[in-house]
Design a protein around this ligand. Structure first.
Ligand code: ADP
Ligand code: MG
Length: 412
């Protein structure tokens, strides 16, 4: 789960990490009130969206008078921001952070993350702050310093000083840097973070260290023990389908194609997308109804898939284990009432009670005249789904799949 910059900075403050004074605003008059409370002569307005690269995209503005605060805030609140990380569709900024402007002498990059290879946490730093670390790593790899953090000793001050020296910080800053790094690590560990990135961490004109940006991602699987963090979840940052899916305990990720997939299990979801692609089709989503799928979940899954106007075919690919195929079949029939007549449903069921499931579907489809095609194998179903999505008649569907599809389809 991603946190907004203002939320992450709020947490960091409680750990004694130096961050600029500021407050969040959702209207221009709110922004003006915050700026007046902060005092000073210059402020920075920053759109709060779950994406970096805001500076380059006009989402970070320095202003020098109250009237500018008001005018810029009016422009920025509600603006659509498009950065490398938002994708071309961009994100709407509902709030801005109003901060005291900092006198920046030097920008540094600093982050903590979970390194899967070593199964340890890692600290990464670079003297080239303010830039994307991927770019720095590519163009100037020696400028990036990495160290694993021993889980027993943690982020000791010696390690912080070593990193500070490694990125060429002045000796007067070594202890200050080590102290901030230690506090950041404490916050990172206490909240089960996947990542905590400060880009930039700056050295101010007065020789202090300050975190100007904060990007924090908390492991979703640990949210059960961080109720305060869970309350910070911004549903406005999620797609409406993702929000609906989370209510019904479904995993949904939307994609660009026109074949909606409803499957059980992440492995089968991936195999389904693979086989669609091997027949030159494009999946419209990844939707996993999980192990405990029932009639209700199937209906919800259909509703969610159908909110995507690109979907031409719904491909139901269920392997009955704990979940019974006859229940899924009933769910599909109930849900199919809501499927417009120009959309098709292709169903491949296998596993527990498959014969009964197929019988229910075939009888139901015949009675109601629904566009349901039932298939015995994954390859056959995928091929038919691709054909129907392309508007081709099914009679012309070839019986034997391509080589790669046959290989994958062999899993049935
Ligand atoms: P993003 O990473 O989304 O572009 P940042 O928070 O890193 O957003 O801001 C971009 C740049 O704006 C920073 O590299 C810094 O130069 C400047 N900036 C951000 N916050 C402040 C601040 N409080 N005072 C002065 N400059 C700032
Ligand atoms: Mg940044």
């Amino acid at each position: 789960m991603n946190l907004h910059e203002f939320q992450a900075k709020g947490l960091l403050r409680t750990y004694g990490v130096p961050v600029p004074d500021g407050g969040v605003a959702s209207t221009a008059s709110d922004a003006l009130r915050v700026a007046k409370e902060l005092k000073g002569e210059a402020w920075v307005l920053k759109v709060q969206v779950h994406a970096g690269g805001r500076g380059k995209a006009g989402g970070v503005k320095v202003v020098k008078s109250f009237s500018e605060v008001y005018d810029e805030a009016t422009q920025m609140i509600g603006m659509k921001i498009v950065t490398k990380q938002t994708g071309p569709e961009g994100k709407i900024a509902r709030r801005i952070l109003v901060e005291q402007a900092t006198d920046i002498k030097k920008e540094i990059y600093l982050s903590f993350l979970v390194d899967r290879d070593s199964e340890q946490c890692m600290i990464i730093a670079s003297a080239e702050g303010g830039m994307e670390i991927e770019e720095v790593a590519k163009n100037n790899p020696t400028a990036v310093v990495k160290e694993l953090i021993n889980p027993v000793t943690g982020m000791g001050l010696f390690l912080g000083r070593k990193i500070a020296k490694g990125i060429g910080l002045d000796s007067s800053l070594l202890n200050k840097f080590a102290d901030v790094a230690h506090k950041l690590y404490e916050c990172f560990i206490d909240h089960d973070c996947m990542m905590l990135e400060i880009n930039p961490l700056v050295v101010t004109g007065d020789g202090d260290i300050l975190c100007l940006d904060a990007k924090m991602a908390v492991d979703e699987n640990a949210l059960y023990r961080h109720s305060k963090i869970e309350e910070m979840k911004d549903y406005g940052e999620l797609e409406p389908q993702e929000v609906r899916a989370s209510i019904f305990d479904l995993s949904y990720v939307s994609m660009d194609g026109n074949i909606g997939c409803m499957v059980n299990g992440a492995g089968l979801a991936m195999a389904t997308m693979d086989i669609i692609k091997s027949f030159n089709g494009e999946p419209a989503n990844f939707l996993d109804v999980g192990g405990g799928a029932d009639v209700n979940k199937v209906r919800e899954a259909f509703k969610i898939i159908l909110t995507d106007p690109k979907v031409k075919v719904i491909f139901v690919n269920i392997f009955g284990g704990i979940v019974r195929c006859d229940l899924i079949a009933k769910g599909v029939l109930t849900a199919s009432d809501e499927v417009p007549s120009d959309r098709h449903i292709v169903v491949r069921l296998d596993g527990t009670n498959v014969e009964e499931g197929r019988r229910i579907l075939n009888e139901g489809a015949e009675k109601s005249g629904l566009n349901i095609v039932t298939c015995d194998t994954m390859a056959d179903a995928a091929q038919k789904a691709v054909r129907l999505a392309a508007g081709e008649p099914l009679e012309e569907v070839k019986k034997s799949p391509t080589k790669s599809a046959a290989r994958k389809g062999g899993a049935k």
